[in-house]
Design a protein around this ligand. Structure first.
Ligand code: BTN
Length: 272
C-alpha cells in the first residue's frame, strides 16, 4: 500500500526532490495509535532519517497539543508525521530557532491549502499553530522534539481534507471545517501531501533562519491580533490584548499594567 501511495505523492516531481524523498522514506498504514508516537519511537531508537514520513488512515490515540485528543473518520483526512533532523544543519546548536518550526509548518501547509482553495480564500493562523478558515479549524500542528541520540523534530499534522461536516463529533461541528466543505468536492489527499512534503524539501531548514517570509505570511493572517486573551504559560497566567508576533514568532501580549509580555509557549489560551 505504501509504495502505491508514494507513487501518487511524487507524481510529476523532478529528479532531485524524488532522490530526497524515495519510497523508503514513506510508510502508510490503515490504522495506528498515533503517527507522532510511532515516529518519536523511531527517532528515540536513532533510526529516523531526514524526511521519514509516517501516515495513517486512522489513529486510535491521535494526540493534539496539551494532550487533547485528535479524532478523524477513517480515510478522510491527512494524518501524518514528518521527521526533520535538527543536528546536522543550520539548526545545529541554534536552539532559539527551534520554536520557529510550528510557524514554518503552518506556512507550508497553509500556502498549499490556499493554492488549492484559490484566490478568494485566505486562511487564518491562530498562534501557535492552528490553521482556520473563517474561524473554523482546518488543520492542527503538533511539533515534538527528541533530543537523543540525535536531535530530531517530529512534525505531526492533521489536515481535514474530505471529512463531511456530519462526520464531526457534535461538539466539534460549530468549530471545525474541511476542504470538502469549502470546495464542495473531494480533493486528492496524496497530491496535497506531495505539495506539503515538497514545501519542506525546498524550505527546511533554510526558512527557519531566513524567517521573514514565514513571519510576514503568518502576521498577515494573525487570528488572535487585537483579541483580549488569558494565556497560561508554565504556572503563570497572563491577561492582555494580543499585539501580533515578535521576530521569533512569539505571541506579544499587552498586559493590563502596560508591559508587553513575550510568550514563547502556552499551555492554555482563552479568548475573552
Ligand atoms: C492540535 O491541533 O492540537 C494538533 C493536532 C495534531 C494532530 C496530528 S494527526 C497526525 C499526528 N499524530 C498525532 O497523534 N497527532 C498529529
Amino acid at each position: 500500500m505504501s509504495e502505491r501511495i508514494h507513487a501518487e505523492i511524487v507524481r510529476g516531481w523532478s529528479g532531485e526532490d524524488l532522490a530526497r524523498f524515495p519510497a523508503e522514506r514513506f510508510r502508510h498504514v490503515g490504522e495506528t495509535g498515533s503517527t507522532n508516537d510511532d515516529l518519536l519511537a523511531l527517532a528515540r531508537s536513532g533510526g529516523a532519517a531526514p524526511f521519514d514520513l509516517f501516515s495513517a488512515d486512522f489513529q486510535t490515540r491521535g494526540r493534539g497539543r496539551r494532550g487533547d485528543r485528535w479524532e478523524a473518520t477513517p480515510g478522510r483526512n491527512l494524518l501524518f508525521s514528518l521527521a526533520l533532523p535538527l543536528g546536522t544543519n543550520v539548526l545545529d546548536g541554534d536552539r532559539h530557532l527551534w520554536p520557529r518550526l510550528p510557524h514554518l509548518t503552518a506556512w507550508i501547509v497553509g500556502s498549499t491549502v490556499e493554492s488549492i482553495l484559490g484566490p478568494g480564500h485566505r486562511l487564518q493562523a491562530k498562534w501557535p499553530n492552528d490553521l482556520l478558515h473563517e474561524g473554523l479549524k482546518l488543520a492542527g500542528i503538533l511539533v515534538e522534539i527528541v533530543l537523543a541520540p540525535q536531535p530530531v523534530a517530529v512534525v505531526g499534522i492533521g489536515l481535514n481534507v474530505n471529512l463531511r461536516h456530519e462526520e464531526l463529533p457534535p461538539e466539534l461541528r460549530p468549530i471545525a471545517t474541511s476542504l470538502y466543505e469549502l470546495l464542495g468536492c473531494e480533493s486528492s489527499r496524496w497530491f496535497l501531501l506531495g505539495q506539503i512534503v515538497r514545501g519542506f524539501l525546498h524550505h527546511f531548514p533554510e526558512k527557519t533562519a531566513d524567517f521573514s517570509p514565514v513571519l510576514d505570511w503568518i502576521r498577515a493572517r494573525d487570528f488572535l491580533a487585537g483579541q483580549v486573551l488569558s494565556v497560561r504559560s508554565g504556572r503563570e497566567w497572563f491577561e492582555g490584548i494580543a499585539r501580533g508576533l515578535g521576530d521569533d514568532g512569539e505571541l506579544l501580549l499587552d498586559t493590563r499594567d502596560g508591559t508587553l509580555v513575550r510568550i514563547v509557549s502556552a499551555e492554555e489560551i482563552r479568548r475573552r
